[in-house]
Design a protein around this ligand. Structure first.
Ligand SMILES: C[S@@+](CC[C@H](N)C(=O)[O-])C[C@H]1O[C@@H](n2cnc3c(N)ncnc32)[C@H](O)[C@@H]1O
Length: 425
């Protein structure tokens, strides 16, 4: 028997939301042939993904089941719940997982926001629905990897078009331009989709790297702000920098390279490790001026390269300089610039047994974005030939005073995932 076609879009949207919140896959499947997996409830801003996940809370309340009980039940990739056979909630969680997966297969946008500024994954996290949260993270990873690949394809296409037009190969000079795909998955015309955040400005106020390097900076003791008041570097990151230096340079006598001096926090920690040579690449004239003032240029084992890493690194590679440890932490650059660094240059700079680290700050104003980008970076690094180990370290508790005068709080999470990369094999 064929499913009757529901012609009233409002009724259809309501039925989709209802089937999603009831975890009724049998009803939902035919409805999604007629309507969109991204319909939105006008009162709450919920999409069917929000409804499917939020309904797990209602179920618990109404059934009086201990949340931890079913949270610990594991739903595998096929939506099958493992372990916890006594778990009364397991079948419902399996149905919830199947519903979420069906919605995603049918094009549901993983990071749409409801009226409370939450993605479906944010709700899963809030309700401690670990398995549903992981499904949402994986959906984010797939979407972002696809967007990055499309971006590469667009570039290739542009390069081919340009070659056809001019008969010459295109240089990679446009690699540093702001990347619109830094937004994880942007539904057309939706300005509310969360944006991956590093310690950078909002996209509309974001200076491109060249603009940033030509703009003025404010040095305020425990922080550097750009001319729009965005935090370039802040002292609360010191524990991250210290642990990074400890892991990258465990022994004296290392050859170390740091890309991006900022407040010099990580460079100070590197100095305490007594490196044989300590190279620093820095491009901002105001930062360089302070480095001169502070005597950085006078240290016997320090070599300072003035300029953008994009210009400096190829010369280093020509000279065959190799490092035991490399750290990368720039500002006003998009993910693609960093990916260019590790996929095109890192292999030519790092010794066979060397280690590389970077400031892992993408998406750090929202847990799910952070978790998505941590996985995306790991996959891209793997593709470039690197294994990544992550050490989770606590981030100092910060009250609002810490952020007073900073345009945007670029870090809201309690833990930092510290990466250390080495060559595979
Ligand atoms: C976030 S700060 C680095 C903070 C540093 N890790 C510390 O411990 O203080 C970023 C630095 O990268 C520099 N920078 C930005 N773009 C750059 C580029 N393309 N090449 C070299 N340096 C760059 C900025 O001027 C800034 O000093």
């Amino acid at each position: 028997m064929s499913t009757p076609i529901e012609e009233d879009p409002e009724v259809l949207a309501h039925l989709i939301q209802l089937a999603a919140s009831n975890h009724d896959v049998t009803a939902l499947r035919p409805l999604l042939r007629q309507g969109s997996a991204n319909v939105r409830d006008s009162d709450t801003g919920y999409t069917p993904l929000h409804s499917a996940i939020a309904a797990c809370e209602d179920d618990e309340d109404s059934h009086g089941v201990d949340k931890e009980n079913h949270v610990n039940g594991h739903v595998d990739a096929d939506g099958v719940t493992n372990g916890e056979t006594t778990d009364a909630k397991a079948p419902e969680m399996t149905d919830a997982a199947k519903t979420v997966k069906l919605l995603l297969q049918q094009g549901a946008i993983w990071n749409d926001l409801n009226n409370d500024n939450e993605t479906p994954g944010c709700i899963a996290l809030k309700l401690h629905l670990n398995d549903l949260y992981e499904i949402m993270v994986d959906a984010g990873v797939r979407a972002e990897l696809l967007l990055n690949r499309l971006d590469e394809y667009e570039q290739l296409k542009d390069e081919e078009d340009s070659e056809t037009e001019s008969g010459a190969a295109l240089s990679s000079s446009n690699h540093d331009e702001p990347n619109p795909d830094i937004t994880l998955q942007t539904p057309e015309g939706d300005a509310d989709t969360p944006v991956l955040a590093t310690n950078e400005a909002e996209p509309d106020e974001k200076l491109g790297n060249e603009d940033f390097l030509n703009s003025s900076l404010r040095f305020q003791g425990d922080r550097i702000l750009d001319e729009n008041g965005n935090g370039v570097m802040m002292a609360w990151e010191s524990s991250i920098m210290k642990r990074t230096a400890d892991l990258l340079c465990p022994d004296p006598g290392f050859q170390v390279l740091n890309v991006g001096h900022g407040m010099g926090i990580v460079d100070n920690f590197f100095q305490t490790k007594l490196p044989a040579t300590h190279h620093i690449i820095e491009a901002h004239s105001a930062v360089l001026q302070r480095m001169r003032r502070d005597g950085r240029f006078d240290k016997p084992n320090v070599v300072i390269h003035e300029g953008r890493w994009q210009d400096v690194v190829p010369h280093m590679m020509e000279q065959g300089i190799l490092f035991d440890a490399i750290y990368f932490d720039t500002f006003a650059e998009d993910y693609k610039a960093f990916r260019d660094f590790f996929s095109d240059f890192l292999v030519g700079l790092l010794k066979d047994q060397g280690k590389c680290g970077f400031f892992n700050g993408l998406g750090a104003d929202r847990q799910i974005c952070y978790d998505v980008y941590t996985k995306v970076v790991e996959m891209d690094l793997f593709e470039a030939g690197f294994d990544t180990e992550w050490e989770v370290i606590p981030v100092p508790r910060m009250d609002d005073c810490e952020w007073a005068g900073v345009k945007r709080k670029y870090w809201t999470l309690s833990e930092y995932k510290l990466p250390i990369c080495t060559f595979i094999g």
